[in-house]
Design a binder for this molecule. Structure first.
Ligand code: NG6
Ligand code: CA
Length: 508
């Protein structure tokens, strides 16, 4: 991986805005919780139209809060979306921000101002719980057996309890603050993504040992009867149990809230659900009738419910802004034979949208997004154009701060849109999956490019086309009719704007 240079000035401190407005805001700083689902589709929860799987907790949150129908993550995969959410910079501006292996070094350099730094500077206690997938350690990767540096604590988090990369990537261990949890020093961890290490069986050589079979990839190290991406030896006492991941990390999130209930806190709670391997706890297994993918949705809904219950029990619901959203769109077969395809039936993971995870169509990047803050956010539904990249600027504003000019280079203050006080959101936004798309008003333009139109493995409509594509999202939400040829003036306007966004290096 390319070595990352520290941006001069990135360490500059946030300045406090001096206006009366800022002072008034700062006085009643709400707690902020972002619950970040993995691969949860726009149509995967019942308040967004699902009927075969019912999500009562998420639905209740939506009923008590604001449900966004036109909110977006920045990329159609995890690492770049998370990078953009935390830094306020489009990930495609930087090399090495694609889906990371489990032994990658940190891609957000220590000291950089992130959403967590902003909250910390406002006096919040900050925590990251769950999936990380932004790399750990200096160039060369983390020391799994020692102190893990260049992690969440180096970019603004006071506390973290994380899955280093993804559930399907080794090492299959939790990290708490700077240490692997439960590691026996006599059984050190070795991780390798280039080739096999040790004499342990692998999914490829010993499929008879598996309880869940890969459909593509995922045939390397076996942990708990499930083969993964990457090779790993040692660390036996530290290995997680897949069925318990949701319970463990939800428990840590609940503990973090309880421990910090008397002062403002910021919690970034990134679940493993509903990413592969989908291995929900036995209390959810078989409950959806749609196989493990549907059961994982029920488990995710349970996690959301536990957070809501905790906030309500502590009487913090009028003092806490809860956001529930997803890192990218849905995928059905993402590499394991878990019956997701066979049992899908009439369920539409992306709802009315075309494509899904890995796609330039909106199924990849328009995501469910709900914000609840009792007494402040008026319940309802909004179609305001909103992007996760704006959270860092918006929360700076909410906490009475002005972002220094180096931070959040693509992040705009959209706090009024987030809180439902304004119906004017962004003018335009950029989405990414390999290439870029831009949405402005009713129009969406997709850059022309080569590549398969439907992926063989995941059966995703990628949005690749050698021709420029233009869709009217107001009349054609499903991106069925390319109207580029008859609207060349709009294509030109959007191509020019996108060109400017790329070359200028920042948009704020
Ligand atoms: C892909 C994996 C997929 C998933 C994805 C990342 C294979 C064949 N596929 O490379 O299973 O892990 O990466 O997902 O290995 S994400 O949500 O973290 O971006
Ligand atoms: Ca994801």
């Amino acid at each position: 991986m390319k070595k990352i240079k520290l941006i001069p000035g990135a360490l500059g401190v946030l300045s406090l805005a001096s206006s009366q407005f800022a002072g008034a805001q700062a006085a009643d700083k709400p707690n902020v919780i972002i619950i970040y689902a993995d691969d949860l589709g726009y149509g995967d929860v019942s308040c967004y139209g699902a009927t075969r799987v019912i999500t009562p907790n998420i639905d209740r949150l939506a009923k008590q809060g604001l449900r966004f129908t036109n909110a977006h993550c920045t990329s159609a995969t995890s690492t770049p979306s998370r990078y953009s959410l935390l830094t306020g910079e489009y990930a495609w501006r930087r090399k090495g921000t694609g889906v990371l292996p489990g032994d990658a070094s940190a891609i957000i350099e220590p000291g950089r101002i992130t959403l967590a730094t902003v909250m910390k500077n406002a006096g919040y206690t900050t925590g990251a719980v769950g999936k990380w997938h932004l790399g750990l350690g200096p160039s060369g990767g983390p020391d799994w057996n020692g102190e893990i540096t260049s992690g969440p604590m180096d970019i603004g988090f006071n506390y973290n309890f994380i899955i280093p990369a993804t559930g399907d990537r080794v090492p299959c261990v939790f990290v708490e603050n700077r240490r692997v949890v439960g590691l026996n020093p006599d059984d050190p961890i070795t991780v390798n993504y280039k080739g096999k290490i040790g004499n342990e069986p692998t999914g490829k050589e010993n499929p008879e040992m598996l309880k869940m079979y890969p459909s593509h990839g995922h045939d390397m190290a076996i942990v708990n009867g499930i083969s993964r991406i990457g090779y790993m030896t040692g660390g036996k006492s530290a290995l997680w149990v897949d069925e318990e991941i949701a319970d463990v990390i939800t428990g840590k999130a609940v503990d973090f809230i309880g421990n910090n209930k008397d002062k403002p806190f910021f919690l970034y709670f990134a679940t493993h659900d509903i990413h592969v391997p989908r291995v929900p706890h036995p209390r959810f297994a078989g409950k959806s009738g749609m196989g493990p993918r549907g059961d994982a949705i029920l488990e995710f809904d349970w996690s959301v419910g536990e957070i809501m219950k905790t906030i309500d029990k502590l009487k913090l619901s009028r003092k806490t802004l809860i956001i529930v959203t997803s890192d990218n769109g849905p995928v059905v077969d993402d590499g394991y034979k878990d019956q997701a395809v066979e049992l899908l039936g009439s369920h539409k993971p992306a709802g009315p949208l075309r494509g899904g995870k890995y796609s330039l169509f909106d199924g990849g990047t328009r995501i469910m997004f709900i914000a609840r803050w009792k007494g402040t956010i008026k319940p309802g539904i909004t179609d305001v154009l909103f992007s996760q990249i704006d959270l860092i600027s918006s929360f700076a504003a909410l906490t009475g701060q002005t972002l220094s000019s180096e931070a959040g280079p693509d992040s705009f203050n959209q706090i009024d849109a987030l809180l439902g006080r304004s119906k004017t959101g962004r003018d335009w936004l950029v989405e990414h999956s390999g290439r870029l798309t831009i949405i402005k008003g009713d129009w969406k333009y997709i850059e022309p490019g080569a590549g398969v139109k439907v992926t063989a493995n995941t059966n995703t409509e990628t949005g690749n086309d050698p021709l420029p594509q233009l869709y009217n999202m107001k009349t054609d939400l499903g991106e069925k009719k390319n109207v580029a040829a008859e609207n060349q003036d709009i294509v030109k306007e959007l191509t020019d704007l996108l060109g400017k966004i790329k070359t200028e290096g920042k948009t704020r």
